[in-house]
Design a protein around this ligand. Structure first.
Ligand code: PSU
Ligand code: MN
Length: 306
């Protein structure tokens, strides 16, 4: 392996777990600084780590701090990123070398979290929702780097599907092209983040963490490039009414178009707008589905270590 020590800091607890073949679950930091307001972002991030521990795995929240690539940050560092919020640079793959050289902070997206997790040898990662093919991408070409990363980097991502701020049909087509298996946990339908269903089917339904772990280990051992996407529906009691949330999303997408929001601003703009329109109801749903994904990811990571 390349010597990455010059750039990479793996937390002692994470390193020890990896050396001992114990389960580790990666977590992203864009969700902290760009995905939720303070202080709920910090409370959620700390609670997610606790849930992972309660289910027998070691959490590794990933970020770039003063140019260091960090796999496993401290509660103080989580608080720092949460307070600094939108002033932390949202770091996708293309941003990494610049932030490293400039010794800057970066909040890692799904794509970048996968990259750093893979550098450290972490194979399972839990988040809320992934980026995907945006609506109108046939004109704007706005396709999240998350999808490219899933096509090339060997980290499993456990999420609650994708929000319908995206074109879910095109997102699935893209993942198919890139050879990424899309698994539904106890469901045949692709969950749409706030809701348990969408109009689209996943590739495979799997009902236990073990089934998912077995498929993932096979993909890793066969050295097939890329990751796997596990979609876990939001728990019934926290799911939102689909007609209502879809109307809010339409409104947010329309406003982004009017304001000419582009590039890396699009997703954070839409997330914040939806939260405003729903008066915080979407934030509660968001928090609960992340908890739910953390639990499943820990269960899968534990199965892989048996
Ligand atoms: N979708 C969400 N919540 C999020 C994100 C996406 O429901 O917090 C964040 C993730 O970090 C994801 C990133 O990797 O936005 C995707 O941004 P973009 O569409 O610019 O690639
Ligand atoms: Mn984009």
């Amino acid at each position: 392996m390349k010597n990455l020590n010059k750039y990479l800091d793996v937390a002692r607890e994470v390193e020890k777990a990896l050396e001992a073949g114990k389960p580790v679950v990666a977590l992203e930091s864009t969700i902290i600084s760009h995905g939720m307001p303070y202080p709920q972002n910090v409370e959620t991030a700390l609670q997610v780590e606790k849930i992972i521990r309660d289910h027998g795995a070691v959490p590794a929240t990933i970020a770039i701090i003063k140019g260091r690539l960090k796999v496993g940050i401290s509660p103080e560092e989580i608080d720092y990123l949460g307070k600094k919020g939108l002033d932390v640079i949202k770091a996708s793959r293309r941003d990494v070398p610049v932030l490293v050289a400039a010794k800057e902070d970066g909040a890692t997206t799904v794509a970048t979290t996968m990259i750093l997790a893979a550098m450290a040898g972490v194979k399972v990662f839990a988040t809320g929702g992934i980026g995907g093919v945006h609506r109108g991408a046939e004109v704007t070409m706005d396709i999240s780097a998350d999808l490219e990363e899933l096509g090339m980097t060997p980290v499993m991502v456990v999420c609650a599907g994708a929000k319908s701020i995206l074109d879910l049909g095109l997102t699935l087509e893209y993942l198919e092209t890139k050879g990424v298996p899309v698994i539904g946990y106890q469901t045949k339908m692709l969950p749409a983040f706030y809701t348990r269903d969408s109009a689209f089917k996943v590739d495979y339904r799997m009902d236990t963490p073990k089934e998912i772990a077995d498929a993932w280990v096979a993909k890793l051992e066969l050295d097939l490039k890329g990751g796997m996407l596990v979609t876990n529906p939001i728990p019934e009691e926290y799911a939102m009414d689909s007609a209502y949330i879809n109307k809010c999303i339409e409104e947010a997408v329309e406003e982004a178009k009017e304001k000419g929001i582009k590039g890396k601003e699009t997703t954070p703009f839409l997330l914040a707008k939806i939260k405003d329109i729903t008066g915080g109801e979407s934030l509660d749903a968001n928090i609960q589905l992340v908890f739910n994904n953390a639990k499943l990811a820990a269960q899968i990571a534990c199965e892989m270590c048996k």
